[in-house]
Write a protein that binds this ligand. Sequence first.
Ligand code: PEP
Ligand code: MG
Length: 572
Amino acid sequence: MISGILASPGIAIGKAFLLQNEPIIINKKKITYSNINHEIKKLFQAKKKTITQLKNIKDQTKKQISKKESTIFEGHIMILEDIELEHEIISSIKNHFHTAAYAIKLIFEKQISKIEKIKNEYLKNRAIDIKDISSRLLTNILNIKTINLKKIQNEVILIANDLTPSETAQINFKYIKGFITNLGGETSHTSIMARSLEIPAIVGTGNITEKVKNGDYIILDGIKNRIFINPIQEKINSFQKKKKILSKKKNQLKKFIKLPAITKDNYQFEVSANVSNIQDIINAKKYGATSIGLYRTEFLFMERTELPSEDEQFFAYQKAATIMKNHPIIIRTMDIGGDKEIPYMNFPKEENPFLGWRAIRIGMKKKNILHTQIKAILRASKFGNLKILFPMIISVEEIQTLKEEIKKIKFILKKQKILFDEKIQIGIMIETPASAIIAKHLIQEVDFFSIGTNDLTQYTLAVDRGNKLISHLYNPMSPPILKLIHHVIQVSQNAGKWTGMCGELAGNEIATILLVGMGLNEFSMHPSCIPKIKKVIRSIEFHQAKILAAEILKQNTSNKIMEIIKKNNLSI
Ligand code: PEP
Ligand code: MG
């Protein structure tokens, strides 16, 4: 059994198509002076051929996938047309008597190693683009035959070292049931594409291409991150069953996408989505989200080498507002730090990054970052229904300071005659025990709460949310967490305010009736969870949920809580 990085969930079963092109072998023998022009001519011809191929791939991608995806190849063409790069290659041929192929290899490798040295996953992935261009150029100059992915006309699981953007552009996705690659991470090109096409994928396996032969039978278990090669028939049968159940469930849930989240006794709840980018927002709408309960803006800061400007942020928030029309979007100010490191921000080395330099703690010290983001959000607020959410709050002073900062920025905007939503709602995440304990004071300062159960559980139980050794202790359904959640909702309700939840618990159907019964107003989750949570809400009565929540809150162990949940058959 092999595993890797789970890039896109689901189950795929089928024969392997191994993508292994002929290796590119380059002769390092020096050329003679008289051959220089010939090599330069070869370079120009290969460049011309590569650009033509890329233009075709770009057009195909636009047709088959999306305009956005096709812009990758515009970037590729631009790199190829870069005059400086061309000069460097020519100078390597002229001055060092390298063949055109060897010169291309050297100059591109220099670029790639420069990028790979930067500790940034996004840029590392961009190195793949440059490798892609250089191997296409080399393949053309050396007349190497490549596997034509267009020829895949049967359903297969594609196995590759790493899929380059130009390779993926040739694929007819109708026939691809899954992807498995040696390389790649969560944000690599293959992963992003697999997720948006909803094709199961496991990347970063290390050496899957050495273990699998063309035509091997594969089970890709993208639920538990496992790959089985030529498994016994019994296993195939059992996974076929699981796959059927999964797709049946998915189909049955489809009808809930368009329906509102209303209990049988007519109480309505907001079921919204957690997103990190525009593609997620589009996906969220597809799954029936009528609002965005958490826009994790830190990803705007992560995929780059410098801080995003005010305009860049403004355009991102404005686009989100336009897509969602007048439906609410809760924009969380950047929650950088913890496990989300930003190389260009030069973070100090910390013993406990989750307890350290993160979220608003950075913004409060580096006011320019905070101001830029708030100004961008306020400017975009004119185009939709935006709300501001601050993460990692632990005190009243913090929110008071943040509100003062907002006031200052509003003043500047007014002076500049820039329109914005003057009544924009301000909320805080309740994700530290401190904020839950002083919720009564904090609610006086804000319009709403959003409970972040992921961090609230980690900090309250003192259990690192990413540590597998102690994952059995990480339980958001344990009595202390449920008591804190209940307390926070009550306090907010008493003050006439509303409470949402954007931690994973909001998308866990086991907890839905309990959270409904506690009076939670908004459930924000991964878009794909939306239909099932709507289904649960539509199958229960608010009054029944309240009685059950009261009973659950009396319990002193997690086991007793789960017993009640099971007895009432609350999972779907
Ligand atoms: C949370 O802590 O529950 C939360 C939603 O924030 P994040 O997962 O981004 O830390
Ligand atoms: Mg959090």
